[in-house]
Design a protein around this ligand. Structure first.
Ligand code: CUA
Length: 389
């Protein structure tokens, strides 16, 4: 702790207020800091290849929405410049001057019908004009496209689950990373469910299950606009990507302590690559197929109660119990994802150890409990999880 600095003006608050405004260094410093902050904000908009740039659409849906922005933005800027310009001119022209007679009132005006009609009519015409393409786009984008790939999206605290529903893809469940084929519309059916209750699947909310869900918002800026996901409802959104690539997404509605860490990635692949990925994800794990640390970890998955929340398709305990509960993420092909903890950190041994040791430290409010695992247990579980490819 530093000792407080002695007051410069004899300790009187009054003394400070007597300084003529503008000559004291404090307001100038505030102005300089404000200008720097403004410049920083402006420069931040110039980052090339920003991963979440809604003005750099990467698919037809986002492009259509961006087209509306391109139409509305210049009109809005024009209106802003006209209105603010008129205001500034009025403030400058009719400012108080030293030789003004303060007793003389300005000329009193009691309204102008012509002006009032004009400034009501012009905005009304502009808004009606903008409404035509906007409303048309809203209705068009709300349609389910033909031949769309169907994915069920479940928002939980604080991660996203993706379940593939089409024939030949059923049973594939991932979290944090949504793989899609390029040039194919993907129709998302979204729900918000409580993270504490097992998810039995299907696209209708189950009774009792939605009660403790919260509002999330699904947003991949380069592929489509935001879609809020309400507890108790089913929401739809179509996304589509032109080119293979990685598109960053995030939850865009405050949903709790780790809202800002509720991220995900959409990974677009060309059709052949996507089909290979689906084939790989469709496979189940062989129980008892591992040796050494990974085999120890496989056993711990049951004995340290991971099995009470996580599914691993193909997993079986010696007593014949399957791992099919979907409270937490499905871990069947955990090692094929490159992020963990809801898309926030790289999926590597170090981060995984940290996560298992104390999930709350990495992601406050996460529903994953601290199981009080020993170092040896963590090491074995990491070996097992990393074998789930
Ligand atoms: Cu989920 Cu914010």
């Amino acid at each position: 702790m530093r000792a407080p600095t002695p007051r410069r003006f004899g300790g009187s608050a009054l003394a400070a207020t007597r300084q003529p405004a503008g000559s004291s260094p404090a307001p100038r410093r505030v102005l300089r800091i404000a200008l720097l902050a403004l410049m920083g904000a402006l420069l931040a908009a110039c980052v090339p290849d920003a991963p979440q740039d809604a003005l750099d659409p990467a698919g037809p849906i986002a492009r259509q929405q961006d087209g509306l922005w391109n139409l509305v933005f210049p009109i809005a800027v024009g209106a802003f410049v006209l209105v603010q310009g008129a205001l500034l001119i009025a403030v400058w022209r009719f400012r108080q001057r030293p030789d003004d007679d303060d007793t003389e009132l300005p000329k009193q005006v009691a309204g102008s019908t012509k002006l009032e009609i004009l400034w009501t009519l012009i905005p009304a015409v502009i808004l009606a004009g903008i409404a035509v393409p906007t409303v048309a786009a809203i209705f068009e984008l709300a349609q389910e496209p033909e031949d769309a790939m169907q994915v069920r999206v479940v928002a939980k605290q604080y991660w996203w689950e993706f379940e593939y529903l089409d024939e030949g893809k059923e049973g594939v469940v991932t979290s944090g990373q949504l793989h899609i084929p390029t040039d194919t519309p993907v129709y998302l059916t979204m729900e918000s469910l409580s993270a504490q209750i097992p998810d039995p699947g299907g696209i209708e909310p189950k009774e009792g299950q939605v009660a403790s869900g919260v509002i999330h918002s699904f947003w991949v800026p380069r592929l489509a606009g935001k879609q809020d996901v309400m507890p108790g409802g089913v929401e739809n959104l179509t996304i589509q990507a032109d080119e293979p690539g990685r598109y960053e997404g995030q939850c865009a509605e405050f949903c709790g302590l780790s809202h800002s860490r509720m991220r995900f990635q959409v990974i677009a692949q060309d059709e052949a690559e996507f089909n290979d990925w689906i084939a790989e994800q469709s496979e189940t794990q062989d129980p008892g197929d591992r040796e050494g640390l990974a085999a120890e970890g496989e056993e711990l998955f049951d004995t340290t109660t991971c099995i009470e929340c996580h599914a691993i398709r193909g997993y079986e305990t010696p007593e014949g119990r399957e791992a099919d509960i979907r409270i937490g993420p499905d871990l069947t092909h955990f090692a094929t994802r490159d992020t963990l903890a809801g898309g926030i950190v790289e999926n590597n041994a170090e981060n995984l150890e940290e996560w298992l040791r104390d999930p709350q430290a990495m992601k406050a409010g996460a529903q994953m409990p601290n199981l009080g695992l020993s170092d040896d247990e963590i090491e074995a579980l990491v070996a097992y999880l990393q074998s789930l490819d």
